[in-house]
Design a protein around this ligand. Structure first.
Ligand SMILES: Cc1ncc(COP(=O)(O)O)c(C=O)c1O
Length: 364
């Protein structure tokens, strides 16, 4: 028996449609990106959506856009961003590239996300941005508390919703609460195209800024709008047309993917496996299958001996590399979080095999 952590395949009908698309349009077809961006605007009911080549790029461009809104040059390095000590390192990489000073905040065990009470203590005069990761798909009251703190202290909020596409709380979608929401289409995410990302925003003042950052500082518009006398800051961060096509084909499947994720989650729980869940709202933000256990390292070794692929220490307390301050919950989660297989094609037999190893370390 061999059980993968996740399933890499897409529905074959998507490949058939992609094949047809490749034979009917030029490789440089720009219209598919514009069409897909428009669909995301409608999906989120937001003012702006740009498709870029990764979730990390989505974070980077959001941070650069904020610098422009603050009238800062990319080379100014006098402002800070606060993000969670535990989680994915992408925000740290993006913030360093964008020339921000880093500040960290501890997380909570029941959300795996930023602790709003700790956030208040971390803010100082240089802080201009808060980065909230909807860790493992979390969306709930803590995010709204963070939003209130940002409003009160006049801080920008970026929501890294890479794990939370389609997740919602009282019908409010992850990614739409902050000034910017970012998503990834790498693996394993709700929608995947291999590599890809999305920035969304509900602000009125980011329209040209995000377009320019996404594509050559407005070079394209420069030709159309002869009144422009200079080119703004930007690069070529576009999601390629073929990946836009694959993403576009999956927007209508998001709900179906979330239901499948919830089914797997429920199967684990029916076998008395204790997984993190985000309270009453868990149906609308099914977590990826995370269990927290003091013996997570031993469980991981045993699973792997049995050819069952789990992820251990996949997420780290990244603050260690940048500050001597300690974040105890982040430190503990790094040791104790174990991510169980999440393929949609897990069978009952697979789940039973996973549950029997789980019981070895969770007696009584
Ligand atoms: C929470 C989070 N943020 C950012 C990223 C980075 O996305 P990408 O790999 O598309 O750059 C990931 C990817 O796994 C993620 O899980």
């Amino acid at each position: 028996m061999s059980i993968n952590y996740y399933d890499l395949s897409l529905d074959p009908s998507i490949f058939e449609k992609l094949n047809e698309y490749l034979h009917t349009v030029p490789l440089t077809d720009f219209s598919i990106r514009l069409k897909t961006e428009e669909r995301f605007k409608n999906y989120f009911n937001c003012k702006k959506a740009i498709l870029v080549n990764s979730g990390t790029t989505a974070l980077y461009l959001s941070m650069l856009a904020i610098k422009q809104l603050l009238n800062k040059d990319i080379t100014d390095n006098d402002i800070s961003i606060i993000g969670p000590a535990y989680g994915h390192p992408a925000w740290i990489q993006a913030a360093r590239l964008a020339g921000y000073k880093l500040q960290f905040c501890d997380v909570k065990e029941n959300t795996l996300s930023m602790n709003p009470d700790m956030l208040i203590n971390s803010i100082n005069d240089t802080t201009k941005v808060v980065l909230f990761i909807n860790k493992a798909g979390y969306i709930g009251e803590d995010l709204f508390k963070v939003k209130d703190i940002c409003n009160k202290h006049n801080l920008f909020l970026i929501e890294d919703s890479c794990n939370a596409l389609g997740h919602r709380y009282n019908d409010i979608y992850a990614g739409t609460i902050g000034d910017f929401g970012t998503f990834s289409f790498s693996n394993p995410k709700t929608i995947t195209c291999g590599e890809g990302g999305l920035v969304i925003s509900n602000r009125d003042d980011v329209n040209g800024i995000l377009d320019d950052l996404q594509y050559e500082g407005g070079w394209y518009n420069y030709h159309r709008n002869k009144d422009k006398t200079f080119i703004n800051m930007g690069g070529n961060f576009n999601l390629c047309p073929q990946n836009c096509f694959i993403v576009n084909e999956q927007i209508g499947l998001i709900e179906d993917y979330l239901h499948k994720q919830l089914d797997i989650y429920n199967k684990y729980v029916s076998k008395s496996i204790s997984l993190i869940n985000f309270g009453n709202n868990y149906k609308y933000c099914p977590s990826i299958n995370i269990t927290i256990n003091k013996n997570a390292n031993k469980m991981h070794d045993l699973y792997n001996k049995m050819n069952i692929r789990t992820l251990y220490k996949h997420y780290k307390n990244m603050s260690k590399f940048f500050t001597s301050n300690r974040y105890p919950v982040a430190d503990r989660l790094e040791e104790e979080v174990l991510m169980l297989p999440k393929s949609f094609n897990l069978t009952d037999k697979d789940i039973n095999a996973i549950a029997s190893i789980y019981k070895t370390y969770n007696k009584g």
